[in-house]
Design a protein around this ligand. Structure first.
Ligand code: SAM
Length: 274
């Protein structure tokens, strides 16, 4: 099972991205406008404004089909012989995934595969989103930290289940787009920020659960410290330069950490100067 990070850009999307890149370069010539113009222009070219509720309705049947597919697809060995939690599946049925992908890819939003979201990054495969969410065992009183906001989709799924979600993204324009999108969709129990999630979010810690959605070289010690006793963390960690494994960490009430290696995955790397 692989979390494919290849960039499946369709030709129209690719042309739009190239045009956006040339505008981004042009914006570099105008330093005063650079920080504002490039993300805004990129956003206009690659994302349509969030559509009205009729648009959501147009995708509700295909979203329900995706959820049915995930039920069948769920590999029992990834979940100790259990099926995916119906509450996780219900959350996946609520979140309009097509609003989190570039407009040209909306018709692919409910396929069980990752999609490019710009800046060399991806929105994760729905099965991986469901599995990682399931493994966290989120309760409606929980405060959750996500590292790697990307499109904001995983944060929205977590927000359907948790009391509050904090999410950190290192790429500024992605963070800005995701923040706006989550606000427009009414996810007022999510706060995002720009930064290196390796260091966690000290001011909001401790967390009941932590999810890292980029491949790390090791388990960041600050994240372990910011996990409550009894809390859970899911994180893809490199075992060799070409392989990552999804790890599930549980902090015991006594504060020791138990780690299980679950399945091979492929995520974009956790970047930053940490
Ligand atoms: N959860 C996202 C979603 O639902 O769209 C998909 C995450 S994508 C596979 C990984 C994200 O992690 C990228 O957006 C990337 O920029 C971000 N990232 C990489 N390193 C990071 C870091 N050190 N801190 C925060 N975000 C990081």
């Amino acid at each position: 099972m692989s979390h494919n990070t290849s960039h499946n850009q369709c030709p129209v999307e690719f042309r739009a991205a190239r045009f956006a890149l040339s505008l981004h370069r042009a914006a570099h010539l105008l330093p005063a406008w650079r920080s504002i113009a490039a993300p805004v222009l990129y956003g206009i070219l690659t994302y349509a404004p969030l559509a009205a509720s009729e648009d959501n309705d147009a995708y509700s049947a295909v979203r329900a089909d995706m959820v049915e597919h995930l039920k069948d697809y769920a590999r029992v060995q990834d979940l100790d012989g259990e099926q995916l939690d119906p509450e996780v599946l219900a959350a996946m049925n609520q979140v309009p995934r097509h609003q989190f992908v570039p407009e040209g890819l909306r018709d692919h939003a409910y396929e069980n595969r990752p999609l490019p979201i710009g800046y060399g990054q991806t929105i994760s495969q729905p099965y991986i989103v469901a599995l990682m969410t399931d493994l966290l065992n989120v309760d409606d009183d929980d405060v959750v930290l996500e590292v790697g906001t990307g499109s904001g989709y995983q944060a929205a799924v977590l927000a359907e289940l948790a009391k509050y979600v904090y999410s950190i993204e290192i790429i500024e324009p992605l963070a800005e787009q995701a923040t706006k999108r989550l606000q427009q969709l009414g996810y007022d129990n999510v706060t995002t920020r720009i930064g290196d999630g390796y260091h966690g979010w000290e001011e909001q810690a401790p967390f009941d659960a932590i999810m890292v959605t980029a491949g790390a070289e090791n388990v960041p010690p600050p994240l372990v410290r910011q996990l409550k006793p009894g809390g859970r963390m899911v994180i893809p960690v490199s075992s060799t330069p070409f392989t990552q494994h999804l790890l599930l960490l549980e902090k015991t009430p006594q504060g020791t950490v138990e780690t299980r290696q679950l399945l091979p995955v492929r995520f974009v790397p956790l970047t930053g100067d940490h």
